[in-house]
Design a protein around this ligand. Structure first.
Ligand code: ADP
Ligand code: ZN
Length: 291
C-alpha cells in the first residue's frame, strides 16, 4: 500500500510517500507562500505517483467535520492568504482517491498511536511546543473533534511569580502559547531558546507552564500517555522538570500508577521524532483508505 502524505505548516509544507507501516519512502518540502504557488508545487510532486489514498495534517483552525459544507477547509487562520481555503476540494480536483484530513496535531497523535510512543494505546495527547503550541487527542481510538477541534495551546495558565512578560498571543496575550511557545521565549529573554540552553530560569519557567497543560489534560481528557514534541522540547532537561511540577500540582489527587510510579513513561518525547507530523499524515491516509 502506498500513501501520499502532506504535513502543512505555517512556514513549510512537507510532502511524502509512505507505506502502511509508516515508513517514509520519499519526502520533499516547500515554503508556505500562497495557496496558488504552494499547492501548485504539492500537486506537481504527487502527480503521476502511485498512491492508494492521501492524508493531510494541517495547521489550523480547520474544519474536520465531514458533514459540514466547509469540510476540508482551512478556516479562520491569521495567515490571511489561506483563510477559507478549500484544501481537500483542491486536492480532489487532481487526485481521485480517499483523502483523510485533520489538524496537524490530531494527525501526529494518530501516527504516534499507530507507530510511535503511544503504540498499542487507544488514547493519548500529542502536544507541540514550537512556533505555536497545539495539541491533538486520540480518545477511545478516535481523533477528538467535538464542536470544532481542541485548541489546547490557548488554555489559560497561572503566571510564574517571577515572570513579568506580558505574553504575545495576538488573541489572549498570556495564554499558554503566548507565554511558552518558542517566540514567547525569544521575546521574554531577547534570545532564541537554543541559545538559552544554560540559563536554568528559562526552563524552570517553561516547565512551570507546560506542567499546567499536562495537569489540565489529566483532569479533562485523562489520556493514557502525553507526548510533548516540537522545537522547544528539544531541550530535554524540560522533561524531568515538567514531571516534577506535574506531581506537585496534582498533589496526590490522581493516584494512578502511570503518575505515581511510571511518570517517565507517561510524559514522553515523540517516538517518531521529527517524523511525527508526516507519519501522522500517512496514518490519516491509511484510515481514509480503510474507510
Ligand atoms: P514549527 O512549530 O514552526 O513547526 P518547530 O517545532 O521547529 O517548528 O518550532 C520552532 C520554534 O522552536 C522556534 O521558536 C525555535 O526558536 C524553537 N526551537 C527550535 N529548536 C529549539 C531548540 N533546540 N531549543 C529551544 N528552542 C528551539
Ligand atoms: Zn492564545
Amino acid at each position: 500500500m502506498l500513501f501520499g502524505a502532506i504535513e502543512s505548516g505555517g512556514t513549510k509544507f512537507v510532502c511524502g510517500i509512505g507505506n502502511e507501516n509508516g515508513e517514509i519512502l520519499e519526502r520533499v518540502s516547500f515554503p508556505t507562500t500562497t495557496p496558488d504557488e504552494t499547492m501548485g508545487q504539492v500537486i506537481e510532486f504527487f502527480k503521476n505517483k502511485q498512491m492508494d489514498a492521501m492524508g493531510v495534517g494541517s495547521f489550523g483552525p480547520v474544519d474536520p467535520n465531514k458533514d459540514s459544507p466547509t469540510y476540508g477547509y482551512i478556516t479562520s487562520t491569521p495567515k490571511t492568504k489561506w483563510r477559507n481555503f478549500n484544501f481537500i476540494g483542491e486536492l480532489k480536483k487532481h487526485f481521485d482517491m480517499p483523502i483523510g484530513f485533520d489538524t496537524d496535531v490530531n494527525a501526529a497523535a494518530l501516527g504516534e498511536t499507530e507507530w510511535g510512543a503511544a503504540k498499542g494505546l487507544d488514547s493519548c495527547v500529542y502536544m507541540t511546543v514550537g512556533t505555536g503550541v497545539g495539541g491533538g487527542a486520540i480518545v477511545e481510538g478516535k481523533m477528538l473533534h467535538g464542536m470544532l477541534h481542541p485548541e489546547m495551546g490557548h488554555i489559560l495558565i497561572k503566571r510564574h511569580p517571577e515572570d513579568h512578560f506580558t505574553g504575545n498571543c495576538p488573541y489572549h496575550n498570556d495564554c499558554l502559547e503566548g507565554m511558552a511557545a518558542g517566540p514567547a521565549i525569544e521575546k521574554r529573554w531577547g534570545k532564541k531558546g537554543i541559545e538559552l540552553q544554560e540559563v536554568d530560569k528559562v526552563w524552570e519557567i517553561e516547565a512551570y507552564y507546560l506542567a499546567q497543560v499536562v495537569v489540565n489534560l489529566v483532569y479533562t481528557i485523562s489520556p493514557k500517555r502525553i507526548i510533548l514534541g516540537g522545537g522547544v522540547m528539544k531541550q530535554k532537561q524540560l522533561f524531568p522538570m515538567i514531571r516534577k511540577n506535574v506531581k506537585e500540582l496534582l498533589n496526590g489527587y490522581v493516584e494512578t500508577k502511570e503518575i505515581l510510579v511510571d511518570i517517565d513513561n507517561y510524559i514522553v518525547s515523540p517516538g517518531l521524532g521529527d517524523n511525527a507530523g508526516l507519519c501522522g499524515a500517512i496514518a490519516l491516509a491509511k484510515r481514509a483508505y480503510q474507510g
